[in-house]
Design a protein around this ligand. Sequence first.
Ligand code: SF4
Length: 525
Amino acid sequence: MSMRSSLLAGAGPATPAGRCRARHLVPAYLDCEVVPSAAPRRYFIRTFGCQMNVHDSERLAGILEGDGLVAAEGVEDADVVVLNTCCIRENADNKLYGHLGHLKAVKDRRPDLQIAVGGCLAQKDRDIIQQRAPWVDAVWGTHNVGRAGDLLATAGATGSPVLEILDATLDDDEAFPSALAVRRDQAWTAWVTIQIGCDNNCAFCIVPSVRGPEISRPFGQIVREVEDLAAAGTVEVTLLGQNVNSYGRDLTTRLRGEVDWHHHAEVTGAAWATAERPRARPLFADLLRDVARIDGIRRVRYTSPHPKDLRPETIEVMATESAVCPHLHLPLQAGSDRILALMHRGYTAARYLEKLAAARAAVADLAVTSDIIVGFPGETESDFERTLEVVAEAGYDSAYTFIYSPRPGTEAAGRTDEMIPAQVAAERFERLRIVVERSALARHQARLGRTEEILVEGPSKRDAGVVSGRTAQGKLVHFPAAGMLPAGTWADVRITRAAPHFLAGELLAVTCRPSHRTRIPVVAG
Ligand code: SF4
């Protein structure tokens, strides 16, 4: 694998030979005495963006706790503040520099505060961050999250800022957020990374350039991680990747040419390794089935799939494995074939709707959600009307809707003369919202009077006397509960009220108390 590292440090190597496991971030290679202190240093991580980043932050927390730090309540009581950035959302850089400006004021008061920036905006902007904010102590990218502790240690020891950005992962075993120590906030549910990077080239998306090509994690390693989670009481896992349903294609493409391909069940799973002919194919359906059959795992979710890669085998596993949740998140992005082609999405609206119909026919009580962009460069009124038609036909349970905004460096951002005026895009967005909410409300109203099995997530954010949880379809349900039900509790709830974005109900029975341990340090592999 080709790898180029850009690494700048004020003094000394930023790659200590031995990882410092002693406290206070003093690397082992420095000839100095570690003076124990009564109070451990505290860290605070602010996460921006998608679930991938949320899980990267869990991994960062695991690394920092491995170095003896403990979680802080917020910036004010932290000794180390990490901004785990995302460049996918609009104005990401403005938000980052706004936060860094605030942190400078804190650092002026407390010069010992260490400030670090990681994630995809750091990967994209590299040394620009420390040029604009020289008070930042450490910067790392998407391929070297595992080096966070070492880089902070080096910055602390040398007193100089450190930057390390890799263009590819140093080591496949370290590529996956789940492959290192993880500090998960919630023990009853867990994200499990199965794949990183993306081989697609959607014209609006920056992910391939900041996350790199698809790399699938070995099959056996994923299954073992989920087995360990289940043994510790986790009941729900979400398989995570940029394009989960192409999981494994890189593995089978590489191994099918080998004479001993039968011996690679650890990497590909048993079904592929025992097949008569080693074909290059995704392994997602095999993985979904094997994870769903792990004792103790009652709900398996996955995100995000790509419509062009949704295969009948996956739908069949969803239909037949009771632990796989009847929820399909299938990003449409646009309903006009012309716009879909400009986006390089690889499907037509008709093909998308065919796959959706096949999934609905096979999977009982399937909820379908989506992502939709309005105002893509060059989108005409008739393109947009086609989007409205397809959205109405799809009948979503909910959809994340976005007004297009350019991401520097993407193909679509270069179509400057075709940008849609903000007012037109806002008006289309509103029309789309109405169509989405109409179908969402109708689908929620169809659940009135039903008894739903809810997995409790905790108290409602708005009312401490109300508990919130989710159905297998992923629907948010609020219900009053006398005495708080802890997260991870299973309850039967009768649905009494429906709104476009949630359901409300009354508690019928608590069916199962949580069995997880309160915290699970996980090292997979
Ligand atoms: S499939 Fe498209 S939108 Fe999704 S991560 Fe890959 S390039 Fe981005």
